[in-house]
Design a protein around this ligand. Sequence first.
Ligand code: SF4
Length: 360
Amino acid sequence: MNLLNKFKDPELCLNILDQIKSEIQGEFRFMEVCGTHTVAIFQSGIRTLLPESIIHVSGPGCPVCVTHDREIASYLALAEKDLILATFGDLIKVPGPGGKNLKAAQAEGARIKIVYSAFDALKLALDHPQDKVVFLGVGFETTAPTVAATIKMAAEQGVRNFSVLSFHKLVPPALKALAADRDIQVDGLLLPGHVSTIIGLEPYRFLAEEYQVPSVIGGFEPLDILQAILIMIKQKNKGRPEVVNNYKRVVPDQGNAKAIETMYEVFRPADALWRGLGIIPGSGLAVAQRYEQFDAALVFDQELPQVDEIPGCKCGEVLKGLISPDQCPLFSTRCTPANPVGPCMVSTEGSCAAYHKYRL
Ligand code: SF4
């Protein structure tokens, strides 16, 4: 039997579900931080099986969704320069000021290439020595170490036509901002499995100790998710919040020391602008001085332009768990995956896209 099948076993899942039903007391509101969890919860049908008193809200765990309008505007401004932009596919569709996105810029002649990794972007630079290649660095602790390793490789090889515009973001400072926000009431946090493989358990400790929020690092199979919900409910009932690693088969408690070391050799913590959450101190990664020749923000003197917000888009409220996607007036009318108004409808991990796909 495939090991993962055990985590899909209907009998085991129903057993946990029964325990959840017997433990639940009143309303329980939990936030799944990670977009992959949002999709997994819909795909597995868990949402429809849980008692109605369990309310799940999505959080700021989709890297494309939290990329701010001003950051998209910065990409669009770079695209007008004489260079090649290398980017992940999702990002190209995110609307910026006036609804324009990188796809439109590409149609107007900007040289934009879809890549699957930062290494692909470096290869592009090596294959086009006459051109400057800029990789658009987005994502959390999961992707930042690979981008850092790519910059290190470029430095070792003496590559001069490659740089990264780093808008990477760190998850724990965003969770701190959410936990400190009195408008955002959650009884538990389902912590992201992928980010946790890098950072481990320790950086989340403050959630239980300072903010008394039960928090569980969970996997993405139905049993993982149900177990995590049960653990959070039990903690709440006992009034003893903790941070639990319930994904030990993938996430070491201490994280990945080598990845973290590489990440902080190449990047330094910086304030970052999050869609919906605003500027969060120390929640971003800028290229460290030692590698500044690979910092596209410096190389191209690139600042964040001031822009008007997209009219009517409620992505900010969705990312903070203040409203569900279907409470946005544009949901599935003016805003659909084919014609997205905001990034939460663009990304495959976006909660609006997940609601649209699985709830209609
Ligand atoms: S439905 Fe569209 S416009 Fe509304 S919050 Fe989601 S992405 Fe933004």
